[in-house]
Ligand binder design. Sequence first.
Ligand code: ATP
Ligand code: MG
Length: 186
Amino acid sequence: VERNGKHLLELINDILDISRIEAGREDVEITEFDVCRVVKELATMLEPLAVQKGIRLIMQPCAESIRIACDESKCRHILQNIIGNAIKFTEEGGVTLAVQQDGRDVEIMVEDTGIGIAEEHVEHVFERFYRVSKARSRDDGGTGLGLAIVKHLVQLFHGTIELESHLGRGTLFRLRFPLHSEESPT
Ligand code: ATP
Ligand code: MG
């Protein structure tokens, strides 16, 4: 009951998120924060999920703090979705997180050794309600909204998201944000 309740709440929140985004009614609150800290906190928070599945969740050490001006809670939301997916779709091996500064951008990589995504599906995974297959992702209760929300939020911050995947071997998501995304979005 508790698990179903949590799922339902997540689903409602996702639907509200996507509706707000599509209505252009996103509240954006820009502050300056250390993105390495945020990724570390998420790694700590999601570690039990990985442990439960018997896979590793490793964060490559950040050289130093990387301060960005962005909406921290939305940034967290983006990363939580991607790292959550990586854990969900990996049964062996693990997930590696890396954060690095590259000029005026920050680059965040989430790499897994999971089921991978076949080439014909790669271009669709950011679409609303798109899931590669119910059977392959087992019955995880996913809705297929996670990456659609991620894509919208990334664009809101003038960032980019790319993925490389090999079926049966794993997937790499590469996110890029400008260090300062102050300019008002629309
Ligand atoms: P939700 O996020 O709404 O709970 P979901 O995780 O199924 O559901 P998305 O996060 O939007 O949906 O991802 C869409 C689909 O892309 C997934 O159903 C899965 O098929 C595929 N996918 C996403 N991330 C990965 C990954 N790391 N490895 C393999 N497949 C993935
Ligand atoms: Mg998801």
